[in-house]
Design a protein around this ligand. Structure first.
Ligand SMILES: NC(=O)c1ccc[n+]([C@@H]2O[C@H](COP(=O)([O-])OP(=O)(O)OC[C@H]3O[C@@H](n4cnc5c(N)ncnc54)[C@H](OP(=O)(O)O)[C@@H]3O)[C@@H](O)[C@H]2O)c1
Length: 240
């Protein structure tokens, strides 16, 4: 069996990825989010709020006797409060760093600890953003968390190479997707976010990809490892 651990599997991109994976008999998905929306015999849901770091530290990965492949997909993420620094709420800053960067770090650490000495095929897929490379006003915390996730991923791959643990690590920018996250972005106040019209236009012009199309592209990165030689990559790197 192939086992996938997917955070943020209740909606948007994470749900689309989980549902695609569940179409294959040899895949089992463990999902993590505050809410759940998938019912399937090969799906197990853990209700958890990732802002609750004590609860996150209790997450353990199971010993899996029949596993051929294990994949950790750190997908859950929030844009957080869209405001310029100086007007941010401290607790919202803490929550955004926690959900987007600290949780993926803790889960990756636990995943590596559990599986590093096994011969199972192992991948860690972190869902990043173009915002990791681009300074967008109102998104200082989001941009910083995704830039941090990219660098964390690069170091993980370096360490796996040194330790010969054979873990494939990718930090993938998924492009712009028609999910609740984009609704939240469009609902921002223009005084806190000078780019708002660009995001309103994306929706109006039909420029947002569907979650299912994006999920298919993300799965190609897992199933065709030759597609990306770089840890930090984007669905936009796919030629076809
Ligand atoms: N949409 C885009 O255009 C876009 C662009 C670039 C990058 N991304 C990245 O793609 C990933 C998926 O985004 P999306 O667009 O699919 O977002 P989404 O539709 O808002 O879904 C976010 C997922 O994260 C989970 N989540 C959020 N806060 C959580 C918390 N406190 N505890 C546990 N789970 C939590 C949500 O579950 P619950 O609410 O049930 O807890 C949900 O399943 C994110 O990492 C995002 O940064 C998205």
């Amino acid at each position: 069996m192939n086992y996938y651990f997917i955070t943020g599997s209740s909606k948007g991109l994470g749900k689309a990825i989980a549902e695609l994976l569940l179409q294959a008999e040899n895949n089992f998905v463990f999902g993590y989010a505050r809410s759940s929306s998938i019912t399937h015999k090969r799906y197990y849901h853990k209700h958890i709020d990732f802002a609750n770091i004590e609860a996150v530290q209790k997450i353990k990965f199971p010993a899996l006797k029949d596993a051929k492949k294990v994949v950790l997909m750190n997908n859950a993420g929030v844009v957080g409060e869209i405001k310029h620094a100086g007007n941010l709420t401290n607790q919202k800053v803490i929550d955004c760093y926690t959900i987007n960067l600290i949780v993926p770090t803790i889960l990756a650490n636990e995943f590596i600890k559990t599986y590093q000495n096994t011969t199972i095929e192992k991948s860690i897929i972190n869902i990043s953003s173009g915002a990791a490379q681009s300074a967008i006003d109102g998104w200082s915390v989001y941009c910083a968390t995704k830039a941090g996730l990219d660098m964390f991923s690069r170091v993980l791959q370096e360490e796996s190479n040194i330790n010969k643990t054979n873990i494939k690590v990718l930090s993938i920018a998924p492009g712009i997707i028609d999910t609740e996250m984009q609704q939240h972005i469009r609902s921002a106040d223009s005084s806190n976010f000078s780019n708002i019209n660009r995001f309103v236009e994306y929706k109006k012009n039909g420029d947002l990809a569907s979650a299912i199309d994006t999920a298919q592209k993300i799965l190609r990165f897992i199933n065709e490892p030759q597609l990306s030689q770089n840890v930090v990559c984007s669905v936009r790197d796919l030629k076809k």
